[in-house]
Design a binder for this molecule. Structure first.
Ligand SMILES: Cc1cc2nc3c(=O)[nH]c(=O)nc-3n(C[C@H](O)[C@H](O)[C@H](O)COP(=O)(O)OP(=O)(O)OC[C@H]3O[C@@H](n4cnc5c(N)ncnc54)[C@H](O)[C@@H]3O)c2cc1C
Length: 492
């Protein structure tokens, strides 16, 4: 039960963005109540023994380049509340059928050099972006606004707003560079001929050279435990196990922020939102879903390309063309026989994940929206293709279909884990095109989930910008800009 009958602000949904919003409001001296449907806070960043006792699996998010690069998280004392980053020796490996692997190394130079024929173009593309990352990244991780560094942003935008296919064709000749880029671009969930399908891949590759692709020791929930403990330290209140169905169930507040999708916002707020705005929210588009597997393993994944064992993340799917075809298929409602698969192998670098000598594996593939198909065999065949003998190491597995994901967290509509399609139409204009996308036209009602800019990922920036808007509009309180403070790289 909440302690008070009214608060300055109530936040519904304790995912990374809801927690970030609550923290920013509490830091500004506001009384805050955060309400979560689940028995545990965390949303898409929880860790649980899904398979066997002693094996800790990340239920949703697993690898956290965007958390490490988050301008908000860098200003919070999360280390004091138990968060410890692990940076694997290499952020990413992308094995190919010839037994080699393209590697995304933390070092730009090492990555470029290995690309041989594409070394010069790789240096030319990423060199200036890496050099200016402290000014560039804050501009990318937020809503559309007048850029502070227009030339820098233009240099990035010139490639980012193009399709993944056109960027690959214009820049890369080698199979290794093209395949590596394909695996990164596929994080957008977009067909590779769609405008802006290059954007997310370029951001992820840039962040790899700046902060690696780290993960928290012990599990993704370490980020959440740190955020939750800091919130309570600031005097914020948290209530779990309470699903909200109507805004009338909430205590009085000057600002109410929803870490939910537009669909839930319509249901919960009803006619408190003007009809025109509700109709625009109802047109919001959700994208393809995922099918997820977690494994308890008898040993490490036996990659044919040994360098894969240096990477925290491994992208499976073969060549650029093969991944492009698989990503295009899911938009046509087809389940690819050889899907693009993302694998995370934390236990190679984090002994808190599995019993001594044993390992965990985390993987998912993309599937059509609301797919009911079991992709276990297809995912495991892709791992076996690049790691013969893998199946013999499986001790237990846990699966999650699009339906199970949506019932686990109502924000995953049809298994869409990105909070809605991130094509050009919805990249910045999410959930609808408005000057301040976080503020609804109804006084005091805000949306702060990944269905707002800058979109999916554990970075808290949607929550930060929503809280900032609420403080300005409801409390006439202006926050100073987040400094582009440069913290040390994540340590291994
Ligand atoms: C399988 C999977 C893998 C992923 N991998 C990564 C990754 O490796 N790296 C990465 O950065 N991101 C990853 N993501 C994406 C990331 O988890 C999300 O983008 C992020 O969690 C979005 O945060 P959020 O706060 O907007 O929403 P959520 O995390 O979805 O949180 C919303 C919260 O609201 C609660 N809620 C919902 N309805 C109600 C209600 N009616 N009343 C009260 N509470 C409610 C939910 O229980 C939930 O706790 C992954 C997601 C999934 C599912």
């Amino acid at each position: 039960m909440p302690k008070l009958s009214s608060y300055d602000a109530v936040v519904v949904g304790a995912g990374p963005n809801g927690l970030a919003a609550a923290v920013v409001l509490a830091q500004a001296g506001r009384s805050v109540l955060l309400i979560e449907a689940n028995e545990r806070i965390g949303g898409g960043a929880r860790t649980t023994e899904l398979t066997l006792p002693g094996y800790r699996h990340d239920v949703c998010s697993a690898i956290h380049p965007m958390a490490a690069a988050s301008p908000l998280f860098q200003t919070l004392p999360l280390g004091d509340f138990g968060l410890e980053w692990i940076a694997p020796p290499a952020p990413l490996a992308h094995p190919l059928d010839d037994g080699t692997a393209a590697m995304l190394e933390a070092s730009l130079e090492a990555t470029a050099t290995a690309f041989d024929g594409d070394a010069a173009v790789y240096r030319k593309l990423f060199g200036p972006l890496v050099r200016d990352h402290a000014r560039l990244l804050p501009g990318l991780l937020g809503p559309l606004r007048i850029p502070e560094h227009p030339l820098l942003l233009a240099r990035f935008g010139m490639w980012a707003f193009r399709s993944a296919s056109s960027v690959a064709d214009a820049l890369f000749k080698t199979g290794h560079a093209r395949a590596l880029f394909a695996g990164c671009a596929a994080h957008s969930f977009l067909p590779f001929d769609r405008a802006a399908s290059a954007a997310i891949g370029l951001v992820l590759m840039l962040v790899a050279h700046v902060r690696n692709w780290p993960f928290p020791r012990g599990g993704a929930d370490a980020i959440i435990r740190a955020l939750g403990a800091y919130l309570e330290h600031l005097g914020g209140e948290v209530e779990t196990g309470r699903a909200i169905h109507s805004i009338d169930e909430l205590p009085r507040a000057r600002a109410t922020l929803f870490d939910l999708t537009p669909g839930q916002l319509i249901q919960i707020c009803g006619d408190r939102l003007p009809g025109g705005y509700r109709r625009r929210l109802a047109q919001y588009r959700y994208g393809p879903g995922i099918f997820k597997l977690d494994w308890a393993l008898d040993g490490p994944i036996p990659w044919r390309a040994e360098s894969c064992a240096r990477a925290g993340t491994v992208h499976l799917g073969g060549s650029f063309e093969e991944i492009a075809a698989a990503e295009s298929a899911i938009w046509r409602g087809i389940h690819p026989e050889k899907p693009y698969v993302l694998v995370a192998q934390h236990s190679l670098f984090d002994d808190a994940r599995a019993p001594l000598g044993k390992h965990t594996g985390w993987a998912y593939c993309h599937v059509p929206h609301a797919s009911a198909q079991d992709m276990t065999a297809a995912i495991e065949a892709q791992v076996e293709r690049f790691a013969p003998g893998f199946r013999d190491r499986i001790l237990a597995r846990h699966r999650m279909s699009t339906r199970e994901l949506q019932s686990y967290n109502h924000n995953y509509v049809g298994g869409d884990i990105t909070g809605g399609v991130t094509d050009l139409g919805q990249l910045f204009a999410r959930p609808v095109a408005r000057l301040v996308p976080y503020a609804t036209p109804a006084k005091g009602i805000y949306i702060c989930s990944s269905s707002t800019p800058p979109g999916a990922g554990v970075h808290g920036m949607c929550g930060y910008f929503a809280a900032r808007a609420a403080l300005r509009r409801e409390f006439s309180q202006r926050l100073p800009k987040l400094g582009a403070r440069d913290t040390p790289k994540a340590q291994h």
